[in-house]
Design a protein around this ligand. Sequence first.
Ligand code: BG6
Length: 521
Amino acid sequence: MATGAATTVTTGNNPLRDGRDSRVPRIAGPCSMVIFGVTGDLSRRKLLPAIYDLANRGLLPPGFALVGFARRDMSDDEFAQLVHESISSSARTPFREEVWQQLKEGLRFVQGTFEDEDGFHRLATTLKDLDRDRGTGGNIAFYLAIPPTEFPVVLDQLSSNGLAQPNPEPGQPAPWRRVVIEKPFGHDLKSAQELNALVNRVFPERTVFRIDHYLGKETVQNILALRFANQLWDPIWNANYVDHVQITMAEDIGLGGRAGYYDGIGAARDVIQNHLLQLLALTAMEEPVSFQPKQLQIEKIKVLSATKLVAPLDETTARGQYTAGWQGSEPVVGLLQEEGFDPNSKTETYAAITLAVETRRWAGVPFYLRTGKRLGRRVTEIAVVFKRAPHLPFDQTMTEELGQNALVIRVQPDEGITMRFGSKVPGSSMEVRDVNMDFSYGEAFTEDSPEAYERLILDVLLGVPSLFPVNEEVELSWRILDPALEHWAANGKPDPYEAGTWGPESADEMLARSGREWRRP
Ligand code: BG6
């Protein structure tokens, strides 16, 4: 029998795993979603457009209901107007009147403050009515798009008003309740543990969906495909061949308008604790036994448990704060002049750390993670940089321009993968120079990638937790990062770097100590 012609539904080659064809689009069952903080920036720019895009792709149930809850007073029609505006400005897929009309029928708005008991009574009534009129089956996802300081009161209200616990009708299956929370999941290990305990008092862990939107990105999920669907990489994906790994998330935007969230938080808490450590986990973890959520979690938890900062921290970490400079042809101000920031703020807008993954596979391979605002350009990538060949049978002058082989996973923009290796320069002499071999999503596939929030919201409604970090991952990530945060807090101010450059000199020095340098993407 030819390989691949599997006869049972349990082999890895058969799409009918668990009796279900994993290529068939998954459509959410009857349900409603409540968004707290529905008038906020995240909701308008990401959540509402993603919900429309899902509806447009036919992935929401016909009776889907969306309830907005916020302080501001609004009628259902005014709320529909707000949703319409978000869709018009930020949806990924084209506007279709019939999709909009169907979605609109399920839109409701409930006005209330989080402290206001009456608001939650009105919410409960609205949800009951929707269930009766639109057949949502009593299934509800609560999306907390609000600052974590507001979590306790909202969770208490959901619990005391009986909204967190399903109330099955006799003879009917129990409806589900789920809660979606956005980062920051605490500001250090201790506060994260407190927050997790608080959330788990009301919602059992299996019903908690923590959003790390990087896990919703196609290119991030492709790390698993690249590593575990191919034979090519695994033999060299280890300390015998890999010299080091660089994980970069660079942004060119500044922090104007975000002081309320960012001042006092900084780049490491904002991005390294979550997005970059998740990228590290996917890059460094062992193959999961299967793609069941539990198995993925097990491997991520194992690798995060083995990950530690490399000491001494004044040599292996760096942080910076942008000063005035240029972004393209535009002059831009420094962080301390941005509206709302404390003029003495010590908040870092750039952070770099060195990590060791203490496993047999990765012993001695440094993982360098860096992120910053107002850097040269927007790019997120994972570069696996390989050791030099142990011997080169060329004169030294022939390979002067030969660097190290590298596999670069381009998360965004220009999504794809680059392989860098040496090649002969055409001509009568022997000269070897680096060249790039490129795979580009845009060229290889005709389908557009869904937005991260489309994928994640759909997974919440389907109850599929694979792409959501569990509390243990969140706590392990803080455990990794906390010593750097404490070290920085005890050691003055971040180093300045000019906007539009690639970060402070101290970050270059950090790598130079081991004879390495950052890639200039
Ligand atoms: C968020 C951070 O999680 O990710 C922001 O809070 C950052 O500071 C954003 O700008 C970047 O997301 P993306 O998807 O544009 O890379």
